[in-house]
Design a protein around this ligand. Structure first.
Ligand SMILES: Cc1cc2nc3c(=O)[nH]c(=O)nc-3n(C[C@H](O)[C@H](O)[C@H](O)COP(=O)(O)OP(=O)(O)OC[C@H]3O[C@@H](n4cnc5c(N)ncnc54)[C@H](O)[C@@H]3O)c2cc1C
Length: 319
């Protein structure tokens, strides 16, 4: 450490020391370039009416906020228990550093003396995101669509609007597939959507030696290498697609929520933990929620009418 205070034995000349110091300063400050920006907090007077109240601004909540607020006549409120995601969420390799912080619900499993016997109290970490974007800001970003049979089971259980074709159509609507090398393969180009909000790509890797050996081993035992797992109906082995691009995580809030924050009919409250869903005893219809947040204590919020059939009044294409 003494080198910090002592002059160099052979002094540098010219502008190099300044350039070096500026570069260090720039890199230190560059973390600020990686944040998504703070989501402005809306002020909501008590008893304000909304058409839809979304509890949780995570992976699903961000999509809902985006899609519902497309209808200008509807007033949408999104309540999120956590805050804005930290810069570490944006950098793919740093996601684990978000575990066990204020951005994680910090759940622990309960030991049952059978599983996880190697750890203290048989209890392990069970991370779940507590921030805008929810778990999409700390997950592993792997983009696997699932096998046709997964969705056929939904259909067979009576969900006729969730056939394999319908689910795949919805996936495509959300996707913006951007792996330029694989896009040269017509089957892959056909499989993915290209104009959706969620960017999908593959991680850059400079050191493929181990991965290639593993892939060869899978191939050798009959689980054949495929260029893209989703196009192959997840039957085979290969390099996974991910919700990451340009070296950044593509979280649900980045893809769906942030681009529509300017919409006047969408209000967002952070640090707002919903403690109760209010349900009318007679009709069994939800009419509001109670949310305790650090600024406003209890805040009953009342939708402006029964939610049932509201969606049917408008021609909203599903998917
Ligand atoms: C460590 C980890 C790795 C994963 N890796 C992958 C992967 O590689 N690929 C993949 O496809 N999936 C992965 N998953 C799963 C995937 O991230 C989740 O299935 C998905 O994010 C769940 O979406 P969700 O909207 O249901 O919940 P979340 O995204 O968790 O959102 C729920 C939101 O609701 C908020 N909330 C909860 N209760 C309240 C309340 N009472 N009031 C207000 N707000 C509330 C939470 O704070 C949170 O923001 C991973 C998950 C984890 C935890």
């Amino acid at each position: 450490m003494s080198c910090y205070n002592t002059p160099c034995e052979i002094p540098t000349t010219g502008g190099f020391p300044n350039t070096f110091a500026s570069a260090v300063q720039f890199f230190a400050a560059s973390q600020c370039l990686l944040t998504e920006g703070i989501v402005k907090e809306d002020y909501i007077p008590s008893n304000t009416k909304f058409d839809f109240i979304i509890v949780g601004g995570g992976s699903a909540g961000s999509v809902l906020a985006n899609r519902l607020s497309e209808i200008k006549e509807w007033k949408i409120l999104l309540l999120e228990a956590g805050d804005d995601p930290p810069v570490e969420s944006n950098v793919p390799a740093l996601d684990k550093s978000v575990f066990r912080t204020q951005y994680d619900w910090k759940y622990l499993t309960t030991g049952d003396a059978e599983i996880d016997q190697a750890v203290i109290n048989n209890s392990i970490n069970w991370p779940r995101g507590k921030m805008l974007g929810g778990s999409s800001n700390l997950n592993a970003m792997i983009y696997i669509e699932g096998n046709d049979q997964d969705y056929q089971r939904w259909y067979d259980a009576g969900n006729l609007e969730w056939s394999v074709q319908d689910v795949r159509r919805c996936f495509k609507k959300g996707q913006s597939y951007q792996n330029e090398r694989l896009l040269q393969n017509p089957k892959i180009t056909e499989h993915y959507g290209h104009n959706g909000p969620l960017i999908i790509n593959t991680f850059n890797s400079t050191y493929r030696i181990v991965a290639d050996k593993i892939l060869k081993s899978w191939n050798d035992i009959g689980i054949k290498n495929v260029p893209d797992l989703n196009t192959a109906n997840v039957l085979g082995s290969g390099i996974v697609s991910v919700t990451a691009a340009y070296g950044e995580r593509q979280s649900s809030n980045k893809a769906y929520l942030n681009p529509v924050l300017h919409r006047k009919n969408l209000k967002v409250l952070k640090n707002s933990f919903v403690t109760k869903i209010l349900i009318r005893r007679s009709s069994k219809v939800a009419y509001g929620v109670e949310s305790t947040d650090i600024q406003t204590l209890t805040l009953p919020l009342v939708p402006s009418g029964p939610l049932a059939n509201r969606y049917d009044d408008y021609d909203v294409p599903v998917g």
